[in-house]
Design a binder for this molecule. Sequence first.
Ligand SMILES: CC(C)(COP(=O)(O)OP(=O)(O)OC[C@H]1O[C@@H](n2cnc3c(N)ncnc32)[C@H](O)[C@@H]1OP(=O)(O)O)[C@@H](O)C(=O)NCCC(=O)NCCS
Length: 192
Amino acid sequence: MQKKPFEKRLAGPNFELHQPTTSISRATELYDILVRNDYFYPERLSFKSFKSPEDCMILFNKRLVEIRKGDSMYYDIVQEKDGGYVQVGEIYAKGIDRKNMAVNNIGYFVDIDKRGNGIAPGAVNLLTAKLFEMGFHRLCLYCEVSNHASKKVAEKSQFEYEGTKRDFVYDPYAKKFWTVDMYAKLAKGNNL
Ligand SMILES: CC(C)(COP(=O)(O)OP(=O)(O)OC[C@H]1O[C@@H](n2cnc3c(N)ncnc32)[C@H](O)[C@@H]1OP(=O)(O)O)[C@@H](O)C(=O)NCCC(=O)NCCS
């Protein structure tokens, strides 16, 4: 039987993963989410200086460069609403290391009103399956040590705790370093 194209399967029971588009309406949507949420987001440090949807457009353009270079992948987590889609979160894979077939930083975010419904673990499972299908062998993610919800997501997605990296991320706004727990998941076999 012919294999279904992967992109057709990037959908969970209560969400879908869409490739992001770069437009001012998308930037406005993301900006609204940032305002509504607690700003704990992939680029959470730089988000603290975001003052308008135009700042989100600058971010999208930076991301496009990363995507084109093959360094990162980004997906909007969306749900159907009124015949269209609304963004309820985001998932990304950064630090793509093709030499070692590794992805060094998977991150995710779910809108504050939508949390607790298993959306993030579902999205991690979809992205993980896609990355393994693309031939990656080792996938890694980091959770700030007190971020219990994120650690739950890692565990529910069968990532294993590999250790704690002390003072791993510097936060210039809080003027402190963050300590993170590292989780990783390996492909079965060597995936070559
Ligand atoms: C971490 C995060 C992505 C989890 O997404 P999610 O779709 O809510 O994931 P789940 O539904 O599996 O919930 C995970 C845990 O969050 C906690 N949780 C449940 N409902 C919650 C709610 N309404 N609000 C906050 N946390 C909740 C629970 O501990 C839950 O684990 P449990 O199901 O074993 O009880 C989400 O809380 C978030 O976006 N946080 C801010 C951004 C962030 O920290 N990202 C990770 C950094 S890489």
